[in-house]
Design a protein around this ligand. Structure first.
Ligand SMILES: Cc1cc2nc3c(=O)[nH]c(=O)nc-3n(C[C@H](O)[C@H](O)[C@H](O)COP(=O)(O)O)c2cc1C
Length: 376
């Protein structure tokens, strides 16, 4: 599919292991109709080895569209099979993870961000994924790894992957990864954000679609990044930790259409129906009430009595067996005005991280000249 036909999401919620599961995505979709949702990363091997149990890993309610499946791996045959097995679930895009620095995946197993050092392999992986799926494919990566952190090296990666595979959409987590033993959480904090690399990619690869990610925590910043030219903005931790104040503005402020207009009281009523319908469906009491409660705990971020409510929820796990009873027991501690109010209005500021970004761009990339044909 050519870039001109494929418009990536203006706003998406980042793939986050253990967080962006069906439960969180249900809440996210209740708040925003238009945000694109990403699954947690699923290893291709999990899909292949669990092929008789795939619904548990791949099924999602139909109202979660648009939704992207993120897969990871370094074995071409398994990536091909995983893409094929996922096909019937109807994801809107398949994303390949080249950005995770966890020692479990980037170390010994040598996939995810380590693959940025092997763009030829990533191109092959993207080609087999695309050949086995009927939707667009994309790559999520960092801006570099360890000392391989020059703008030129990043461009070589993007150039090779995009010229040797059907990949036209890249999501750029705009900090490098350090594989020297710091934790994944530190790897999302310590390496500095270099948005200038992202905006230079926009300049140097005008035929690609590029989504910026990393450190964007407000809808004001999302709109500033789009205004500076980003095709899409992906938000991770802020969309999980503070979904109401972030996702609650996406439809109106990013997409320019009326929001869903549900209050948090109504969102929790709808989520309760979902939660009670799926509780225990995987056997052994999984998902549990605790699993299902986890993604709703950010809904009252920074509101009066939020801490008190969370303590009541924690205490209620001992005697509540359903989400209905848990909410009936705990929600009375929240003031009615909090349960029924809209998100706080946005406050656009005159200065943001993107205002002068175009003054900071590295020198333009010169793609390698094509090799002359070998004389016969
Ligand atoms: C708990 C957690 C799990 C993550 N899991 C994944 C993952 O499965 N795949 C991936 O590509 N990135 C993963 N990430 C990285 C995020 O997708 C995102 O790139 C990163 O958090 C930076 O965006 P942010 O500053 O908006 O949070 C994870 C991040 C967190 C906090």
């Amino acid at each position: 599919m050519v870039a001109a036909e494929y418009h990536p999401p203006w706003f998406s919620i980042a793939p986050m292991m253990e967080l962006t599961n069906n439960h969180y995505r249900t809440i996210a979709r209740l708040i925003s109709k238009h945000a694109w949702l990403y699954t947690e990363m699923l290893a291709a091997e999990t899909i292949v080895y669990q092929k008789d149990n795939l619904d548990r890993f791949l099924a999602f309610p139909s109202d979660q569209h648009p939704i992207v499946l993120q897969i990871g791996g370094n074995h071409l045959e398994n990536l091909a099979t995983a893409a094929k097995l996922a096909r019937s679930y109807g994801y809107d895009e398949i994303n390949f993870n080249c950005g995770c620095p966890s020692p479990k995946v980037a170390g010994e197993a040598c996939f995810s961000v380590s693959l940025m050092l092997d763009p030829e392999f990533v191109a092959k992986a993207m080609s087999v994924i695309a050949a086995n799926s009927d939707v667009p494919v994309s790559v999520k990566c960092r801006i570099g790894v360890d000392n391989h952190d020059s703008y030129n090296e990043l461009c070589n990666f993007i150039y090779k992957v995009s010229s040797m595979s059907p990949t036209r959409h890249f999501i750029i987590h705009s900090r490098k990864a350090l594989l020297n033993g710091i934790s994944p959480a530190e790897n999302r904090r310590i390496p500095p954000l270099r948005y200038e690399y992202f905006y230079a990619l926009l300049r140097d690869f005008p035929d690609l679609r590029l989504t910026i990610n990393g450190g964007i925590t407000t809808i004001e910043a999302v709109n500033a990044a789009l205004k500076a030219g980003a095709h899409g903005v992906m938000m991770g931790r802020a969309a999980y930790n503070n979904p109401w104040q972030t996702l609650g503005h996406v439809d109106a402020a990013v997409y320019g259409v009326p929001g869903k207009g549900m209050t948090r009281r109504q969102i929790l009523e709808a989520y309760q129906q979902y939660a009670d319908s799926v509780m225990g469906t995987w056997g052994c009491n999984k998902p549990s009430l605790r699993d299902l409660a986890k993604p709703m705990l950010g809904l009252f971020h920074s509101e009066p009595r939020c801490g008190l409510w969370k303590r009541h929820v924690d205490a209620a796990f001992s005697d509540c067996k359903t989400m209905k009873s848990l909410l009936e027991k705990t929600l009375p501690v929240m003031p009615d005005y909090v349960l029924d109010k809209a998100p706080m209005p946005l406050t656009p500021s005159s200065k943001d991280s993107f205002t002068s970004i175009h003054d900071l761009l590295p020198a333009p990339y010169a793609a390698p000249a094509p090799k002359p044909e070998m004389a016969l």
